[in-house]
Write a protein that binds this ligand. Structure first.
Ligand code: ADP
Ligand code: G6P
Length: 462
């Protein structure tokens, strides 16, 4: 029995070096950060969009020690524009994060979404052998479970929705709401990060689709799909090991020596859901309210470019750059600038060194499916405090974090002060408890549990 995984984003992006050889660099984002180790653990076939060098079709990854086969789907420029930038990231992404005003519902984008979902489904159907488990991921591929189900009625199909599931009132603004629900309900087992998302999804099925639900089942088209909350974990041991390696410790010490101040850290894709402008404004307020901290605290924001062909993302980039300039212009004195802004992705070891160097981590999304950065920080921190938005899915699991409302600059500014003044024993005690939980529900447990439940699921009776 094999495993077939489908996602839009591929785990590694190829580039050619000067000798013309392909090099594979890890993609940045929560989905691939979780699924790559999961597939390395379980083995199998991973079907994804081959963005760069689409002429390369199949490859065994990771290149040094292959554990699974990546099958790369080639998309045309028009498909990328309408399916990826269009329907996925101008319709489903904003509506699921409650940004209705940023949505654009275009029928042409919807048609491209249907066609590309069909291409992914066909690739899975072609790769399928009797007894395989098929696991489809995320909002870009919501129609795929139904498309595979129609061709392979007895296949075991799992689906994981990695972003929030919004309230039915919001979801129903989507003109293709019923198609998306019907698509997902082609799966036997559907996973989401929190009980709230599951409750919203069930409610959406009842209200929009008029489907019956009982317990964790949704009855639809003569079948029963089971819907469960199963938040993703991280590879705690691997992060702890890296965090305490001499090289990472040295880099962390160097970061602290260079800045010579306390460090507030932000690490995000540059996405409007992450609350970066709100965080910067709150830091400005913090400096106004606590002038004695000037010269003694630095906000280090590392933001990796994301989805730059979508207007909302370009506007955000300008907004963030403007705010960094304004706040630095206002407070800079005697060789100290309050905000250090890094506009790129950094390699894993450098990222972990930053987690290790930080006095406090700012994870303050306006809305986030889960947020792995919060978990990575908790696994790696030396003795830092975690400030976490109540609107991140991970907040349910992390009561020891300082939880905040990112819409309130006063609340965020107070949390910064609390974090920077927290006694060492308290920070350490909180981190210990956070790590115990991370350990109990790590990434491999997530993968094994989901696949085990999928295998056992009785998909017959509705
Ligand atoms: P999302 O899924 O929305 O991208 P998550 O916080 O769940 O958000 O996951 C983001 C992943 O990408 C994490 O594994 C994090 O380490 C990584 N990441 C985010 N920003 C950066 C960055 N600037 N440089 C390197 N890695 C980053
Ligand atoms: C979130 C989504 C993923 C996506 C990632 C990065 O984690 O849930 O599906 O892969 O963001 O975004 P991108 O558009 O670059 O794949």
């Amino acid at each position: 029995m094999g495993l077939i995984v489908l996602s839009n984003r591929e785990p590694y992006a190829p580039t050619r070096n000067d000798n013309g050889e392909l090099q594979w660099t890890p993609s940045i984002g929560g989905l691939t950060a979780a699924l790559d180790p999961a597939l390395q653990h379980a083995g199998g076939t991973w079907i994804a969009w081959g963005e760069q060098h689409p002429d390369v079709t199949d490859v065994d990854l990771p290149t040094e020690q292959p554990r699974y086969r990546l099958k790369r789907i080639r998309l045309s420029d028009a498909e990328v524009r309408d399916y990826y930038y269009g329907f996925s990231n101008r319709a489903l992404w904003p509506i699921s994060h409650y940004f209705i005003e940023r949505t654009q519902y275009h029928a042409s984008a919807w048609r491209a979404y249907v066609n590309v979902n069909r291409r992914f489904a066909d690739a899975a159907i072609a790769a399928y052998q009797d007894g395989d488990l098929i696991w489809v991921h995320d909002y870009q591929l919501a129609l795929v479970p139904r498309m595979i189900r129609d061709a392979l009625p007895n296949a075991r199909i799992g689906f994981f929705w990695h972003i929030p599931w919004p309230s039915v009132e919001v979801f129903r603004t989507l003109p293709w709401d019923l198609d998306i629900l019907d698509g997902i309900l082609g799966a036997d087992l559907i996973g989401m990060h929190t009980p709230d998302y599951v409750a919203h999804f069930q409610n959406t099925c009842r209200r929009a689709l008029r489907a019956d639900t009982s317990g964790d089942l949704v009855h639809w088209k003569g079948r029963a799909a089971r819907i469960v909350d199963r938040p993703i974990g991280i590879e705690v041991d691997a992060y702890e090991h890296l965090a305490t390696s001499p090289e990472v410790e040295d880099t962390a010490d160097r970061i602290r020596r260079t800045l010579q101040t306390q460090i507030l850290l932000g690490v995000d894709r540059l996405d409007y859901t992450k609350g970066i402008p709100e965080r910067l404004e709150a830091f400005d307020l913090f400096l106004d309210r606590h002038p004695e901290t000037r010269g003694r605290v630095t906000l280090l924001q590392i933001a990796v470019p994301s989805r730059e062909r979508v207007d909302s993302y370009r506007q955000l980039r300008n907004q963030v750059e403007g705010l960094v300039g304004r706040i630095n212009g206002k407070h800079t004195q005697g060789g100290w600038s309050p905000i250090q802004y890094i506009y790129r992705g950094v390699p894993r070891d450098e990222l972990v060194a930053h987690y290790r160097a930080a006095d406090a981590m700012l994870v303050t999304p306006l809305r986030d499916g889960l947020n792995l950065v919060a978990k990575e920080f908790a696994a790696c921190a030396r003795d830092g405090a975690l400030i976490l938005s109540r609107f991140a899915g991970a907040a349910d699991e992390m009561p020891e974090a300082i939880q905040v409302n990112p819409y309130s600059p006063e609340n965020l500014s107070d949390a910064m002060r609390t974090a920077l003044q927290m006694p060492l024993d308290e920070k350490k005690a909180r981190l210990t408890r956070l790590r115990e939980h991370l350990r109990d529900s790590d990434l491999h447990a997530w993968t094994d549990t989901f696949l085990h439940e999928l295998k056992l699921q009785d998909h017959g009776g509705a």
